[in-house]
Design a binder for this molecule. Structure first.
Ligand code: G3P
Length: 224
């Protein structure tokens, strides 16, 4: 499963880029607005920090003609950019146009299997299935993910299922179990994936024992 960071914060991208295991970044208008920086400048900096990664950047118009202009503008910024498009009628039409022109897309705000099906039919590169927002209102967000992975795999669509609106590590566990292709999450959640108290206590004990014995990895004395 690919691992994407959901952010508009360049400093967060810089930190995860150092790990060498993050495959891309998803932004949305809210995250870009929160960053306090200009859109193009932020997207280009993220591309530079994560060479070869897929960087999703979203259109903000809702009528087809304007969405197309915005999409072509954003796509011209960098080859790593993936155009994020909302799952509305004009959005699906736009995805079809962009697919035909060889421009990659990420269809966002997908909550149900029928919506995912429309995105797949249009040739979406990624289908962003939101889980946390469904859980927030008492539903089971992961249900549509499971159904969408099954639909994409069994019908042979090229789209990859991207689990979005991830709120905690258990969502990542469920995404892995559902065989989702991608998971995107905030910086805090990604950091939590490292954590276990037994790792911390276990490491402390290893290092304390090592120090008490006065050992060094670089010692050259022969053992007699
Ligand atoms: O970028 C889309 C998605 O991941 C948003 O998550 O937490 O705002 O529902 P959230």
């Amino acid at each position: 499963m690919k691992l994407f960071l959901d952010t508009g914060d360049i400093n967060e991208v810089r930190q995860v880029a150092d790990w060498g295991i993050v495959d891309g970044v998803t932004t949305n208008p809210t995250l870009i607005a929160k960053s306090g920086k200009r859109f193009r400048e932020t997207v280009l900096k993220i591309c530079e920090l994560l060479p070869g990664g897929d960087i999703s950047a979203e259109v903000v118009a809702t009528d087809y003609e304007t969405m197309l202009k915005e999409a072509l503008e954003i796509a011209s910024w960098h080859e790593q950019v993936v155009i994020k498009v909302p799952l509305i009628e004009s959005g699906v039409r736009l995805v079809k146009t962009l697919t035909d022109r060889g421009i990659r897309t990420n269809v966002t705000l997908v909550f149900t299997l029928p919506q995912a099906y429309m995105a797949a039919k249009a040739g979406a590169t990624y289908i962003s299935n939101f889980v946390g927002r469904v859980d927030d209102i008492g539903g089971d967000g992961m249900e549509a993910v499971v159904q969408t992975v099954e639909m994409v795999e069994s019908y042979g669509f090229d789209s990859e299922v991207l689990v979005a609106s991830v709120r905690h590590p258990q969502h990542v566990v469920q995404a892995l179990n559902a065989r989702a292709h991608v998971s995107t999450m905030p910086f805090g959640t990604m950091k939590q994936l490292f954590n276990h108290p037994l790792t911390d206590s276990g490491l402390k004990r290893f290092l304390d024992d090592w120090d008490k014995a006065g050992l060094s990895i670089f010692e050259r004395e022969s053992v007699s």
